[in-house]
Each structure stands twice: as C-alpha cells, then as structure tokens.
Ligand binder design. Sequence first.
Ligand code: ADP
Length: 483
Amino acid sequence: MKKNEALKKIFGFTSFRNGQEEIIDAVLNQSDVLAMLPTGTGKSLCYQLPGYVLKGAVLIVSPLISLMQDQVEQLRMIGEKRAVALNSFLSIKEKNRVLQNLSLYRFIYISPEMLGSEYIIEKLQTINISLFVIDEAHCISQWGHDFRPDYLNLGTIRYKLGDAPVLALTATATKEVRNDIKQYLHLYKPKEFIYSVDRPNISLVVEKLENHLEKKQRLVELISFLKKPGVIYFSSKRLAEETADFLRQNGFHDTAAYHGGMEQEQRILIQQQFLYGQMNIICATSAFGMGINKNNIRFIIHYHVPGQIESYLQEIGRAGRDSEQSIAIMLYCSGDEALQIQLIENELPTNSQIDSFYALPTGNYEQIQEELNLTETQFRFLQSYHSSNMNVDQVKAIKQERYSIKINKLQQLMKWVHSNGCRRKRVMTYFNEILLDSPVKCCDICKINLDDFQEKKKVDHNTVDSSWEKRLQQLLLLESGLQ
Ligand code: ADP
C-alpha cells in the first residue's frame, strides 16, 4: 500500500500533521531516525503507517504495559487485528501461542525487560522485522541508568534482530538526552527531526501560596471555576487519594484518584470513566498519563512540583490535544521541593545500604531486599550493577553521579518556578530552543486573564425565570421536607 492511501484508508486522516510526513519518508527510506514531536501531536502514526507500507513486522519497545495495551486497543479500533502486546499481562498459554505465531502480527509491542530474554530474542529472530521502534525514547536516559538497565542494551539487541532501521520517538529530550539515546541505540548518523517542545495552546501559570491550607483552598477555587475535564498531579499517592476524597465530599462527585498502587482493574475503570466523561477530575500521580488518549483535557494542575522540567512538560502536554485553549497551573508553597528530594533519595540506595548489599551472600535477592528495607527502585539499581560485576566503590560513585544529576534537574525546575521571565521562553531555553512567537495567552508573567479559562455555566431556565423570593421559598420548603 502507498503512503497516502494508508493515511486515508486505514487511519481516516486527510493530511499529515507537522513533521509526520518527513519522519515517515525517512523511515520508508530505511534510515535510522531520531524524532522529537511535542506531546499529543501524533507520534504513533510515524511507525503505524509504515507498518502498512513495509513488508514485515514493526517491533515497538514501550515503557509501560498500560501504554502498550492502549496502543493495541486503538489499533483494534481502526480494524487492525494483527497487533499484540507481549507483556506480563498475557498468561503463559497466551504468550506461548503468540510466540508460536509471531509471523502473523504486523505490530508487536514489547517491554525492554522482555527483550532481555534470550528465548524471546530467538523467537523474534524467526520473523522479518522491518522497523525497530523505541517509543518514549527518553526513558533510555531517564530510567536506563537507574532501575531499568535493559534500556541500555537495546543498541546490541537491534543487531540481533536483523538490520531493520531504528525509529526513536520522544516528546521531551534535551540535547544531552538525545545524545544518550543516539549512543545507547547505536545510531551513528540518524536523520534527526527535532520539533519545538512548545505547545502554544497551553497557558503556563505558577501561583505561589503561603501554606498548605491556602493551597488547598485555592485548589477548590480553581476547580470550581475552571473549564473541565482536568487532571491534578500529586507526588504522593496518599495525598492524591485524600484530596480526591476531600473533593468528592465537597460536591465534586465526578472526581477520582489514580496511582500506581491501585489495582489494575480499578485503574482501567477510572481511565474509561474519564475517557467517556463520567469522571471529570482525576487526582493522579505521574503514573497517570502515558497512553491516555483523551484529547479535550482543559486543565492540568500541579499540586506538587514534579522532579524535572521534562516531566512537567510531559504532564502538561496531556492537555489540549484537540488544539483548543487549555491551561497548566502549578501551585507552589515554599519548601515543596523537599518531597521531590525525598523521592530522589528513595530511588537510590544509601552508601550503607550499598555496603550491606555487597557484604551479604548473594543468591536470595528477595530476602536481601526485605532485610535491607530497600524500595523497589533501590533494589533494582543495586541488583543490576551488582550483576554487571561493579565493585562497591564504583557503585557508590555511580549512585552519587545519578543523585547529582537528579538534584540538578530539580534545581533547574525550581529556578523556573522562581523566575520572573516568560515561562514559555524559559522552558524552551532549557531545551536549547528560542521562542519566536509567543501566543496571546502565554503565561502568568506575560499576563493572562484567568477568566478566559472559566467554565461557562449552563443556563437553568427554571431558576432564571423565578424570582429570588420564589427560589428561597422553594429551598425552605425543601428543607422542611414539605415538598
Ligand atoms: P503522541 O504524539 O502523544 O504519541 P498520538 O500518536 O497518540 O500522540 O496522537 C494524538 C492524537 O492525534 C490521536 O488522537 C491521533 O488519532 C491524532 N492524529 C495523529 N495524526 C493525525 C493526523 N495526521 N490527522 C489528524 N489526527 C491525527
């Protein structure tokens, strides 16, 4: 099938969006490609369309199970049955059935961890792979060094799977992160398509509050006022849940919490309710977002500061995918960053935990994790460097370096919070970009009017028609139970 025919017949689109055609052309010409397109603008098409033009399967490395499931679901909705996600969601029986019939699939989604299995590689070697895609490729740099080391091996794996070109896709990667991606995927001379990270239809606002009580009050004010649906991001699962309860008790009945500690079924239910408008406000942790294909989110509120500008952009980028005006508001109280510092510390082991890990006899890792009271990420960090034969001092040095990088990223974000310059311009400077055209509704520093983001009240003719006396009478009658 030809490119333009696939665009219309398979995807039902009349034209390409900015960047898509160039990227697809480069992929079809067998080049390695590194592409950065802003969130929500249509990265998936860049590998899905070639799936209908090229002969062979498209293999997509994806960081999250929910993201894979979602992509497969979306492909099913356009009538594609030959798509599968190879992950721990499949039963052993299903997995074996898929692996025995790999050649039947046009799109195979897989996690980097699964690609670490020799058995899976052997199976994949039996089919013809026409394109090797790394979706959300910034994860190589963000997670590969800490707790998902399999990300760093993708460059070797690509050669084991034949000579298919590589397409690395991301929405948020600084120059350093892009260099990491190229290095670890062995992209020597890729075609690079780097589009601006800017999303002009999202206004950027930071509001500073005196204390947490004020912050909570402001949150209630904002969500009563702002056009919905919206997402409120928290750094703590507990606070996401507590706030959702609090909001429900205060009349916002269509509010739900969403975080990684919840049961999978519960999470899927909430995603669906949000998608179909039964829920309008989600109190979430960063676990919410990737793969949530709702295009009319009108506001994103950050109740806590995220860990870095990249995460901030990813999170606010979930708003306004329909190109309509949307807003991102960060609520900040002095000292909020302490929570992020604590999260960073929980991701990396302490020096004494490293010492103890090395002093204990290896073997039963599970027991060690429990004995040393390690978080999942601390444990994975230690396990991966330990099994690659690093000694104690080397691991301590790596840990220190990772810590400094993370703290530095947080500091950059804090500088942005406290800065008096245009917020959009500053975000773009961080990504080595220059803002050429600021939108009218740019940011709080460039002065915007919050009224422009207000929910239009539905007119209730019963109330409008009746006088205030009548309304009061009705209320009183209601209260005394006479009606
Ligand atoms: P992301 O860049 O975040 O991965 P997606 O690939 O999920 O974004 O696409 C975002 C939305 O844009 C989807 O709803 C998709 O159907 C739509 N889309 C993508 N390409 C086009 C196009 N060329 N024309 C119209 N809509 C498109």
